[in-house]
Design a protein around this ligand. Structure first.
Ligand code: GTP
Ligand code: MG
Length: 255
């Protein structure tokens, strides 16, 4: 089902998100079709994967299974990054220079975001990921803008009784990102960055995620900078086995 070789031409999906969210477990499931014990990642890892049977790549809707072009379109790379706060430069460097990145799968633990500490950590990280995508878009030299990179927020561990359902994960993250945005702007002001004169106001604005103003942040605001954000729930591990169907559906739409 997979090969270890990593040709650079295949579409790539990045696994990003806080430590313990389930990124490497998802990668292992994809690679071996079974889950295995994982340890906190200290290095990135890329595998070549095949979209599972039953999911049709959007580029192949008019082809039939068995057609070589159909089979080719099912192939992609899955690139896992460490979520530990001190190891996020691996993900950051992927975001600075995304090559063939077709989408970002931001994995969160849906039970951890039910609590303030977990929610804030996820929101801060997601804020920075979205801001990187926004900067890439607004800083693009070409008039057509760079190819868009959609984001899937994979709300994992839904089977835990403490987990928030996906629609509440979305609302909680939007609210928490609004707070992150506010406190970052305040931090900039307090430190004097962007306050040297009127011209620097532009610089400051560029650091602001989504729409300006005092309103709250919503994922829909990312559409303007070429990023659609979708929240879908699942379980990499679960009492009744894995359920990552809605995530593969999303991946299929991007292929
Ligand atoms: P870092 O490598 O530190 O960034 O974390 P990670 O996102 O790679 O997390 P990892 O895949 O190592 O999973 C962390 C823990 O969560 C492991 O003990 C997994 O077994 C567990 N886990 C992963 N998915 C699920 C799930 O769907 N449900 C439950 N209950 N536990 C899960
Ligand atoms: Mg890991």
């Amino acid at each position: 089902v997979y090969k270890r070789q990593t040709p650079t031409t295949l579409p790539t999906f990045l696994l990003i998100g806080p430590s313990g969210a389930g990124k490497t477990t998802l990668l292992t499931l994809t690679e071996r079709n079974t889950v295995a014990q994982t340890h906190t990642s200290t290095a990135p890892l890329t595998i070549q994967a095949l979209l599972p049977e039953g999911f049709i790549p959007s580029s192949s809707h008019y082809r039939s299974p068995g057609d070589p072009a159909y089979e080719r379109s099912r192939r992609f790379l899955l690139h896992d990054t460490p979520g530990h706060g001190k190891l996020r430069h691996f993900a950051a460097s992927q975001l600075m220079k995304p090559t063939n990145v077709r989408g970002i799968i931001f994995v969160v633990d849906a039970s951890s975001v039910a609590e303030e500490a977990g929610l804030n950590e996820a929101a801060e990280y997601l804020h920075d990921v979205l801001l990187a995508l926004q900067k890439r878009y607004t800083g693009a030299k070409t008039s057509r803008g760079p190819k868009e990179i959609p984001v899937l927020i994979a709300a994992n561990k839904l089977a835990l009784f403490t987990a928030l359902p996906p629609h509440l994960v979305k609302i909680a993250l939007e609210k928490a990102i609004s707070e992150v945005r506010k406190s970052k702007a305040k931090g900039l002001k307090d430190s004097g960055v962007g306050m040297r004169g009127d011209d620097d106001g532009l610089e400051e604005e560029r650091e602001w995620l989504g729409e300006g103003g005092e309103g709250s942040f919503e994922f829909g605001q990312m559409e303007e900078v070429g990023t659609s954000v979708t929240v879908k729930g699942g379980n990499v591990l679960g009492g009744d086995g894995s359920d990552v169907k809605s995530w593969w559906e999303w991946v299929a739409e991007q292929l």
